[in-house]
Design a protein around this ligand. Structure first.
Ligand code: FAD
Length: 468
């Protein structure tokens, strides 16, 4: 059966676009190198119609399909399992920008387009596609939508979901749903677009999307601020919101240990401020000149200094300096992975609950796993923390994980649940958090999710074992 399926797939997408055998780690191992699978074959269609034909062939053969974009996902949802029986469907050849409609402020692109390519295409028309994350040079817009990615501009522009107006997708039956639309208003029944966004490849395969663009801001200025506590950082957020309004586009929190990992693994990066318990990166985008916006940001930070919310601050004097500050922030996940495997939590909390959470957790984790090192950073303006635990210095990371992961997860997620937070703010559920969701999700909500999955994918073809 598998030999005849492979022949069928080669006939559908071309002999060279069906890969088998050794050397497929880039598709079979996830970014964190935590999940290592084995595919029956990697199939690389070039058009939505080819995606649909591949899905129909897999359905007929009873073979399951794992969609994949840039393979930068952090929850193990985009790589095959170890059975060697699944088709890994790579979307990277669907990489055309179909249209930019400057009057309608929309861009229509295929699922395999790299996020950075879309940002650059918009910028070339003096427009902005605001979705931005550290993996933007390799993640795809299809993967961004399938995970409802967040990133660094959510505070002003929202998640991937808020940036998407329409989708084209292949259903689990192998039909193409033509749902591309540049309309801001369209109340015609159930929102199928919203169902597919965030479904992590379990309900269908996104092949193209119509995305919202914005006028490019006239100027963007960035600053770093050293805060004595998370409570002070929240105070700074409130002050910045009041004084800068919708111009505040980024507000990122970085713990001392998170930044020390960057210093250790990327010593060449400049550190404009002395190490502080907490460092905040603020970004202001506006319609005034760069000097005027810099003055607004500077005077906000001066007010924060007077109120004791900030001990020190540095405002970037040029675009190059701004980029360097962002580079510091975006290097944290990379520095962390250089340091070794760690226990990851991508959590959302009401912003008001974050200072108490951070204080209580630090003490509880030290009791539960003495010597564990907390790597805390994230999108404070969105109430989203990456709250990770690295094993003690010099100890085997995998032994630390094996010994402590289950208990640490229980501690962190119990507290998150008590505070009405979420166990997955922006990375999704994938395989990593499937059991956690099954145990902690609302039974009624999970029942509705299973009913939707069964209705849209009755044969369980699409990315089985992920999400639910
Ligand atoms: P993949 O990893 O290939 O796939 C992710 C999931 O989507 C899988 O379940 C897969 O089956 C499914 N999928 C992929 N393409 C499709 C498609 N066309 N149709 C249907 N399903 C599909 N995420 C954030 O939200 N915010 C961040 O700030 C952030 N920072 C990151 C920083 C680094 C350094 C790294 C490595 C990752 C970061 N991520 C972040 C996680 C990751 O980049 C995002 O989840 C991204 O959206 C995944 O896109 P991808 O193309 O790599 O998808």
């Amino acid at each position: 059966m598998s030999a005849s399926l492979i022949e069928t797939l080669r006939a559908l997408v071309g002999h060279d676009q069906v890969l088998q055998g050794e050397g497929l780690e880039a598709y079979e191992v996830d970014w964190r190198k935590r999940y290592r699978g084995r595919a029956l074959a990697v199939v690389r269609p070039g058009h939505a119609d080819e995606v649909a034909a591949v899905v129909r062939a897999c359905l007929a053969a009873g073979v399951t399909v794992v969609p994949q974009g840039g393979n930068t996902g952090l929850v193990g949802g985009g790589v095959p399992d170890a059975s060697g029986t699944q088709i890994l469907l790579s979307l990277t050849r669907l990489n055309r920008i179909r249209e930019i409609d400057a009057d309608n402020l929309t861009l229509t692109a295929e699922a395999g387009c790299i996020l950075q390519t879309l940002q650059e295409a918009a910028a070339a028309r003096e427009l902005l596609f605001p979705l931005s994350l550290a993996a933007e040079g390799s993640c795809t817009i299809g993967g961004n939508l399938a995970t409802n990615a967040g990133g660094t501009q959510v505070l002003r522009y929202g998640n991937a979901r808020e940036l998407c107006l329409g989708l084209e997708a292949v259903t689990a039956a192998g039909d193409v749903w033509h749902g591309l639309s540049g309309l801001r208003k369209n109340n015609t029944g159930y929102d199928l677009r919203d169902l597919l966004i965030g479904s992590e490849g379990t309900l269908g395969i996104i092949t193209a999307a119509t995305l919202k663009l914005y006028p490019a801001p006239a100027s963007i200025v960035t600053a770093l601020a050293a805060c004595p506590s998370v409570e002070a950082a929240v105070g700074l957020l409130n002050l910045a919101r009041t004084r800068l309004g919708a111009g505040l586009t980024g507000f990122e929190l970085m713990g001392r240990f998170a930044l020390s990992l960057v210093e250790r693994h990327f010593p060449q990066l400049p550190r404009p401020l002395a190490p502080a318990p907490w460092t905040v990166l603020l970004e202001l985008a506006g319609t005034d000149s760069e000097n005027q916006e810099r003055d607004r940001l500077g005077s906000t930070l001066e007010a924060a200094l007077e109120q004791g919310l900030v001990n020190d601050a540095a405002v970037a004097e040029s675009i190059a300096q701004s980029r360097a500050l962002w580079h510091l922030r975006e290097s944290i996940p990379l520095a962390q992975s250089e340091e070794g495997l760690n226990i990851k939590h991508d959590i959302a909390l009401p912003i008001s609950a974050i200072p108490g959470f951070v204080d209580r957790m630090a003490a509880e984790l030290e009791r539960a796993a003495p010597g564990g090192r907390v790597v805390c950073f994230g999108h404070l303006g969105d109430g989203n923390l990456h709250y990770n635990l690295q094993g003690p210095e010099g100890e085997s990371a995998s032994a630390f994980l094996a010994q402590h992961e289950a208990a640490i997860n229980a501690l962190v997620y119990d507290e998150v649940q008590r505070l009405a937070g979420s166990i997955s703010a922006e990375h999704g559920i994938g395989e990593l958090k499937r059991e956690e969701l099954a145990q902690r999700g609302s039974p009624v909500g999970l029942g509705m999710m299973r009913a939707i999955k069964h209705a849209l994918d009755p044969g369980g073809l699409m990315n089985p074992g992920r999400v639910i």
